[in-house]
Design a protein around this ligand. Structure first.
Ligand SMILES: [Mg+2]
Length: 160
C-alpha cells in the first residue's frame, strides 16, 4: 500500500503555498497540531508559523485535529492559535475528520488535510476523500534522533 499526498512541501508549514491551494479550490484546512503547528509540549507557536497563519486566515477556514487527549493541552492550543482544536481524533480513522468537517461546514472536496505524519494525517485525509498536504516537522524543532529514525521509516509508505 502506498500513499501519495496531493501536495508535498519541501519544508515545514510556513512554506506551504497558500495561493496555490486557494487557486486549486481549497477553502478549508484541517491541520495537525504537534510538530506541524506547534513544537510538541511547547504550548506556544513560533513567529514564523504565526506569520503564515495570519496569511492563511485570509483564505481558509481552519480547524486543528489532533490525536492528543490532554484537555488542558488542547484548551491552551486553542487559545494560542485562536482556532478550534479537536482532540481525541484517532487519526487516521474517519470519526475525527468528520467532526472537523462539521466544524468547517465545507464539503470534503474543498478541504485539505495538512500534517507531518504519513500514517495518520495523510492516510486519514485520503480515507476521508480529502486532498492532503505532507509537510516536514517544524523547522524550529530539534527532535531526538530515534524519533527521526521512526519518522523516516514511516516515509517508506510515501510514493514520490
Ligand atoms: Mg504531527
Amino acid at each position: 500500500m502506498f500513499l501519495k499526498p496531493t501536495y508535498s512541501v519541501k519544508g515545514d508549514i510556513s512554506l506551504l503555498d497558500i495561493e496555490q491551494l486557494y487557486n486549486d479550490g481549497i477553502r478549508g484546512l484541517i491541520i495537525d497540531l504537534d510538530s506541524t503547528l506547534m513544537a510538541p509540549k511547547s504550548g506556544n507557536i513560533d513567529p514564523v508559523t504565526e506569520a503564515w497563519l495570519v496569511r492563511a486566515r485570509e483564505r481558509f477556514q481552519m480547524v486543528v485535529l489532533t490525536n492528543n487527549k490532554r484537555e488542558a493541552y488542547i484548551e491552551n492550543a486553542s487559545l494560542v492559535l485562536s482556532m478550534p482544536v479537536i482532540g481525541y481524533a484517532a487519526k487516521p480513522w474517519k470519526a475525527g475528520f468528520r467532526k472537523a468537517l462539521d466544524a468547517l461546514q465545507l464539503p470534503p472536496a474543498e478541504v485539505a488535510v495538512v500534517g507531518d505524519r504519513p500514517l495518520t494525517d495523510i492516510w486519514g485525509g485520503a480515507l476521508s476523500d480529502m486532498r492532503t498536504v505532507l509537510v516536514r516537522p517544524l523547522a524550529c524543532i530539534v527532535e531526538p534522533s530515534i524519533k527521526t529514525f521512526f519518522r523516516n521509516l514511516e516515509h517508506v509508505f510515501i510514493k514520490r
